[in-house]
Write a new protein. Structure first.
Length: 291
C-alpha cells in the first residue's frame, strides 16, 4: 500500500476549537502533481484527507487559511497504510478581531487597581482609577493587562513579584508601559542574574523620559514572550522610571507555525502578545478576543 491518511485538528490559543472556517492545501514536497485540497471546512471538527500518496518519503507541506486566524503551515510526513494526525494551533489575526472583552474596573486585580488610583498618565491628565482605566482604548487596555499579567508571574527568589514594585504609571501604550518604581526593583533584578531569571541586554533603543538618563536593561530568559525592564534614573533624585514591555521574539511565527509572509510591521501587536502568553506560558491576561 502506497497511500496514507491525514487527520487535521484545529485549536486556538486557549485550547478550544475555534469557531472559524478553513481552506487547507497539502502539497507533496517531491511529487508536484500530488496535492490535496479541502475548501470551506469547519474548524470546529477534525478534517480527514484519505489516500494521500506516500512515495518519496510522503512529506507534505500543509497550509491552513482561515477567516479570522493567521495562516499556518507545517511539514507533515505520512506513512503507507497509516493515519497520521496533526494539530494546528491557530493564532487570532489582530486585523480580524471584531471586539475585545475586557474586565470591568472592579474586576481587575487589587494591585492593578491600587496602581491606577495613584497614577498620572500622559494624555489622561487628572484621571485616576476607574476613570483612567475606562478612558484607555482597547489596544492600551490590552497592553496594560498583558504586561501586568507577565510581571505578576515573574517571581524573584524571595517570592515577591515584579509588579509589586510599581507605584504608579506615567505612560501606557499598546506594547508597553512606563512606571515609577521602588528603587529596590533594580537590586532584585540584578540579584536575579545569578539565578538565571533575568539577563542583561542592550537598552539603547529605549528613550529616557525628560530629566532621566538610561541606566540598564534586563530581560527574562523565555524563548518567547519574555519580559524586558529598562531602567531610567534621575541623577538628581535617584528616582527610577522603567519602560516595561513583552518581546514576542518571533513567538507568534514559531509557536503557531504562522506563514512568514503573514507577519508584517515592526511593532508587536498586543493581541499577538495575548496569544503568546496563553499558548506558550499558560498565562491568561484576563480579556477575550472575539473574532
Amino acid at each position: 500500500m502506497t497511500t496514507g491518511n491525514l487527520i487535521l485538528d484545529f485549536v486556538n490559543a486557549s485550547g478550544r476549537r475555534p469557531n472559524d472556517r478553513v481552506d487547507v492545501t497539502a502539497q507533496h514536497l517531491q511529487l508536484s502533481s500530488h496535492r490535496a485540497d479541502a475548501r470551506n471546512k469547519s474548524a470546529t471538527s477534525r478534517l480527514r484527507i484519505n489516500a494521500m500518496n506516500c512515495h518519496n518519503g510522503g512529506r507534505y507541506q500543509v497550509r491552513v487559511f482561515s477567516l479570522h486566524h493567521r495562516p499556518a503551515s507545517a511539514i507533515v510526513s505520512l506513512l503507507p497504510g497509516k493515519t497520521v494526525q496533526h494539530t494546528f494551533v491557530l493564532a487570532v489575526d489582530p486585523a480580524r478581531v471584531q471586539n475585545a472583552l475586557f474586565p470591568a474596573y472592579h474586576g481587575l486585580p487589587d494591585d492593578l487597581q491600587q496602581v491606577l488610583e495613584g497614577s498620572d498618565v500622559e494624555g489622561h491628565a487628572a484621571l485616576r482609577g476607574q476613570a483612567l482605566y475606562d478612558a484607555l482604548d482597547d489596544l492600551r487596555k490590552a497592553g496594560l493587562l498583558n504586561v501586568h499579567t507577565k510581571m505578576r508571574h515573574t517571581l524573584f527568589p524571595g517570592g515577591r513579584d515584579a509588579f509589586s514594585f510599581v507605584s504608579s504609571l506615567t505612560r501606557i501604550r499598546g506594547d508597553r508601559f512606563f512606571a515609577r518604581v521602588d528603587s529596590t526593583l533594580r537590586d532584585e533584578v540584578k540579584n536575579s542574574l545569578a539565578t538565571g531569571l533575568f539577563c542583561e541586554v542592550p537598552g539603547t533603543l529605549h528613550t529616557p523620559p525628560p530629566g532621566f538618563s538610561r541606566a540598564d536593561s534586563f530581560k527574562t530568559r523565555e524563548p518567547y514572550g519574555n519580559l524586558q525592564i529598562t531602567f531610567f534614573v534621575n541623577p538628581q533624585t535617584l528616582e527610577f522610571i522603567v519602560d516595561v514591555d513583552i518581546d514576542d521574539a518571533q513567538g507568534i511565527e514559531h509557536l503557531f507555525d504562522v506563514l512568514g509572509h503573514a507577519i508584517t510591521g515592526d511593532q508587536t501587536h498586543p493581541y499577538d502578545i495575548h496569544q503568546i502568553l496563553l499558548q506558550d506560558q499558560k498565562l491568561d491576561p484576563g480579556y477575550e478576543l472575539i473574532v
